[in-house]
Design a protein around this ligand. Structure first.
Ligand SMILES: [Zn+2]
Length: 258
């Protein structure tokens, strides 16, 4: 495994000798099994805005919350057995008086470690004499329950190998590549940044098939794109832990069969 780049919280790394099936299992764990926090229920104490309570609750539910996975439990695994307590539920309150645009950063969280990631997320516009007062209850859950709990995306592509044949329009090729993979050395076309290639084949078409681009079937470039609840590193660590847990669970079940 080799880290290729990390930019704006996004990780790109090369994994060698692995199958797409294995990578897909990792991808599905990230989407469905890693817990993160989001608002589950909303108490609307006052709403004189133009939007219905349900629409406001839906919008609040989609607010991305920075998650502290060490301090919270998934409700079902909590001591309170799902009743709701400080170990599994966090209250965020909001009071706004128009005229203004209500944004996510107006929420006051009881836990300073769990706050909206994108503060400028708009919830509703209030006009003169309109107001909104809500208490939102955030919980830890997984993408299996609702996609809003998914901490991010993982996607992958075959590691590119690029062969340059007898290319005439070298300058055009350098220009046309959206990932700036090529450079010119005198009049000669060279690959400058192989890892940046996304197999779009723009160079293949423009060169009349004089350039050959192939993605490997066993070495892959993996990208992890977090939404903000967890960092890319926390996602990778959580994915490994979750995989171990599931394998342990499976082997326990197999033992029972004997
Ligand atoms: Zn609890």
């Amino acid at each position: 495994m080799k880290l290729l780049s990390s930019d704006k919280g996004e990780f790109r790394f090369l994994v060698k000798d692995i199958s797409p099936a294995e990578l897909n299992a990792f991808r599905r764990i990230i989407i469905n099994h890693l817990p993160s926090m989001a608002v589950d229920t909303v108490e609307i104490l006052d709403n004189s805005s133009a939007l219905f309570d349900e629409i406001i609750a839906q919008r609040i539910g989609l607010v991305v919350l920075k998650t502290d996975i060490e301090s919270y439990f998934v409700k079902e695994k909590c001591k309170c057995k799902g009743a709701g307590c400080a170990r599994c539920t966090l209250d965020l309150s909001l009071e706004a008086q128009g005229p203004c645009i209500v944004t996510a950063d107006m929420f006051i969280s009881k836990d300073p470690a769990v706050v909206p990631v994108h503060g400028k997320t708009p919830i509703v516009k209030l006009l003169e004499n309109q107001s909104l007062r809500v208490v939102a209850h955030a919980i830890l859950s997984t993408g299996k329950d609702h996609i809003k709990y998914s901490p991010g995306l993982m996607y992958y592509q075959g590691n590119p190998s690029i062969k340059i044949g007898n290319v005439k329009n070298v300058e055009e090729i350098v220009e046309i590549c959206p990932r700036k993979v090529f450079e010119l050395e005198g009049k000669k076309l060279k690959v400058k940044n192989n890892d940046a290639c996304v197999l779009c084949n723009a160079c293949v078409d423009a060169s009349g098939n004089e350039i050959e681009v192939k993605g490997s079937g066993k070495d892959f470039i993996v990208t992890i794109e977090p939404w903000g609840q967890l960092t890319a590193l926390e996602i990778v660590e959580g994915m490994v832990d979750s995989l171990h847990e599931q394998i342990d669970e499976l082997s326990e079940e197999i033992k029972k069969l004997k």
